[in-house]
Ligand binder design. Sequence first.
Ligand code: NDP
Length: 574
Amino acid sequence: MARPQRPQQYYDQIKDKFREERDLRLDYRPPGTDQFTSEFSGDLAKYAVDPYAKDVPSREPISDEVEVLFIGGGFSALLTSARLREGGIESIRIVERGSDVGGTWYWNRYPGAACDVVSYDYLPLLDELDYVPVNHYSRGPEIFSHCQAIAHKYNLYDLAVFNTTVIETRWEKSDQLWHVKTDQGDVMRAQFVICANGTLAKPKLSAIAGMEDFAGHSFHTSRWDYDYTGQNLEHLKDKVVGIIGTGASAVQIVPELANVAKKVFVFQRTPSSIDVREDWPTDPNWARKLEPGWQNKRRSKVLAAVENSLEKRAAKGASSPEEKLKKQENANIDYMMRIHKRIDEIVDDPGTADSLKPWYMFMCKRPCFHNEYLPSFNLSNVHLVDTHGQGITKISPKGPVFEGKEYELDLLIYATGFEVQQTGIYNDIVGADGVNLQDKYADGIRTLLGIHTAGFPNLFIMGGYQASFQFNLTEMLQTQGDHIAACIDYLCTNDYHTLDASDEAEEWWVQKVIEHRGKTSRSEECTPGYYNFEGNEQRRQDGNYNGGFRQYFEHQGLVREKMQKNFNLTSRKN
Ligand code: NDP
């Protein structure tokens, strides 16, 4: 369908409004990422407690040696392990803070949890496990079960240790192994260590004055307390519940609360963009006809479609870079106005509908897809507290306070998100020259492909900065896992013991990352959020590689074609 022709003035006015709304937020929260805390000690320690780990058995500290040790047991570890097993690696250990594998899907068990990426693309290793997801979009429990199924298939439970947090990872020159210390007194040795601790793993709270004094019950979305709410939220029937935040987690939770709780207050700082979610049960006839290799073929098609996206099509035929950018922006604004129109069509109260409208470009924030979130605000027990970009800044013993009004709650849920892509620096990682990885990164992140970093032999980082961004995260992680497994295979086949990125290769990649960042000023123009470091000034190298997922994948292959040039390789006891 042809897009309606609108004068440029129409788009310029909307862009002005985007700018006003962004500035409002930046003025309210100049500290950027420092507005949040993830240091859960003292009164905040309860927000980190694992509610799913019941009756954890005590065990003796471990002191042994394995070939490959993963810090974290989510998809990064599972996908890489599958390839390592195929390559004949026998001793693989997962060290995991939770009491099972699954990562994101272990922790995020809140009601309504589901994935926004189509299940046939998101759930990995479907061919290998001979599994076809139940629906077009998978729910949390199915994804968690799939993680467990992968761990069983590749015998990853054998050496895994759960309820264990790595506190130090140190390269020992004497035995040329990593020595990994944990909070359980373990000292495990490993030839290869893979930081697989997730892109959005550590919960964060908005540092709100008085939060320690709240007298009701409270928890973070990734630590859902079913003992309090009941498995089907049945204990909330007579409870007044508040939820702070309206990101992807809250969007899935609010409809569930709305169905049950006596009253629900949704404390909103910035609305999410909510589009339709087209879900359906998998057609068994379709599933039966799937041929081996179907998932890879599907993923390639999806990638090609993304590469030929609406914005790119809109820019076709543009005569100059400026015109191309304008066409892309206008297409983006048209999309966002369609999101606004949908809100007007669904939400009965015009004031509430206006409050729910996102004023920023599509993809400034993580887009959401849900069919019940917006209708929830038509229910008489659900109340939107629009803080107009300011956010909740005070909590009394009774509940959140905004504009002098105290919202008295039984339960307060923090849907305030997670630290972003800090994988690799959650514990003290000390390399071959005694340098701590955090200190190395202090002057800017330096990696090869976001995976290797010079001076840290046989260490691999997954899901961190300087890697490509991909909406289907498991696809990105699989390419990293394949690359890591291929590197390890190369070492084994050629009788090498260590691999360490060369300074030249690392510098080449840092420059590649810089070259592809900031092609437009879109990031600075965006409303603050975790996609743009909450509006903080950022060094150009301290983000993702934006040259495209296909190019990232190709660069991995090119790096591996010249192992001798890109890495310092040594044999044992060199
Ligand atoms: P987000 O970081 O996306 O959202 C945090 C929310 O908290 C934002 O709405 C933020 O507002 C709000 N907030 C923070 N401080 C305050 C305050 N003081 N007062 C009021 N509001 C406040 O976290 P989520 O857990 O929602 O999602 C994290 C990511 O996890 C997603 O972006 C997505 O990538 C992934 N995810 C995917 C899902 C899926 O596939 N469906 C489901 C759930 C999560 P503001 O916007 O103003 O900063």
